[in-house]
Design a protein around this ligand. Structure first.
Ligand SMILES: N[C@@H](CCC(=O)N[C@@H](CS)C(=O)NCC(=O)O)C(=O)O
Length: 287
């Protein structure tokens, strides 16, 4: 939850009700929307179009100083970071339970591990789901980003803003996502999914026999990995089955289905990458 001094768009501090700033195609936004669906909570939508740069504006960065979606405003409180938003919502709207009372600490740790992989999923998305030239930020945009917003979270200088800028500068230096970066990201996911594969022996969901927030969070990652042509069913058959069951549900799938155009672009990208032998299987050696 942000301090009032972090928030420069002061009008939101007076807003009542639940407002979500999100983007249709953003993985972290999809995670929050599925959670809201399962809770049956009413919310007001503020669509922030990342493709049009709505997030790098003084108004939006006055709400989320990191310039990222999602962000939540609830009765004047501003909460950023998808996992913090979800833990806040669970505490505020406890039914139906998505973080079992006796697993809160474990969930917090597992969500932190999940968040640590965020730049890895972004790297794989920008290498194997959308072509780099469509998503790369020029230096001028990175400078603009650095100059807007309070730059502070919890009243102190926010180191994550510099980390974001560095991600985009690395993309400029490497003219996209390098093979090394993509392979590293792939290996991190493979290791994480191997652990979940073991967990799914003898239980239907990642934390036991009931669906929890952990399933929602990893459904989103696994969905994106499949779009990147990660060989899910071959490497992790139990995760493959778990994923197929969730993906058949409208309250999950409805939130991740967003653009036929992007689907067509990804198919084209995969075709070109196969011809050039730069596809995921070749780059990571998993083929
Ligand atoms: N750790 C953050 C990550 C948020 C994030 O990276 N959001 C992406 C969309 S999934 C975004 O806003 N990207 C815009 C940009 O980097 O320009 C969270 O969990 O909320």
């Amino acid at each position: 939850m942000l301090h009032e001094s972090d928030v420069l768009t002061k009008e939101v501090l007076g807003w009542r009700g639940l407002h979500l700033f999100h983007f249709k195609g953003s993985a972290c936004s999809q995670k929050v929307r599925i959670f809201l669906n399962l809770k049956g909570i009413d919310w007001t939508s503020h669509h922030i179009n990342l493709a049009k740069g709505d997030h790098i504006t003084p108004w939006y960065m006055g709400i989320n100083p990191r310039g990222l979606v999602p962000a939540l405003v609830h009765d004047g409180k501003v909460i950023i970071e998808s996992n913090d938003i979800l833990e806040y919502l669970e505490a505020t709207f406890p039914e139906p339970v998505l973080i079992p009372a006796d697993r809160k600490e474990e969930m917090h740790r597992l969500l932190r591990e999940e968040d640590d992989l965020h730049l890895d999923i972004r790297a794989l998305s920008m290498r194997f789901v959308v072509p780099a030239f469509l998503v790369k930020k020029p230096e001028s945009e990175i400078r603009k980003y650095e100059g807007i917003g309070s730059g502070s979270v919890h009243g102190a200088v926010d180191p994550d803003k510099a980390r974001e800028a560095e991600f985009w500068r690395e993309m400029i230096r490497n003219n996209g996502i390098s093979d090394e970066r993509a392979s590293l990201a792939f290996e991190r996911f493979r290791r994480a999914l191997e652990q979940f594969e073991d967990r799914l022996e003898g239980q239907d969901f990642l934390l036991g026999d009931r669906l929890t927030l952990l399933d929602i969070a990893w459904y989103i990652y696994v969905r994106r990995l499949s779009e990147a042509s990660y060989p899910l069913h071959r490497l992790h058959p139990r995760i493959g089955e778990w994923f197929d069951a969730l993906d058949a549900r409208e309250d999950f799938r409805g939130e991740v289905r967003w653009s036929r155009a992007i689907g067509a672009i990804t198919r084209l990208l995969h075709g070109v990458q196969r011809l050039r032998r730069t596809d995921l299987a070749r780059v990571t050696g998993v083929g």
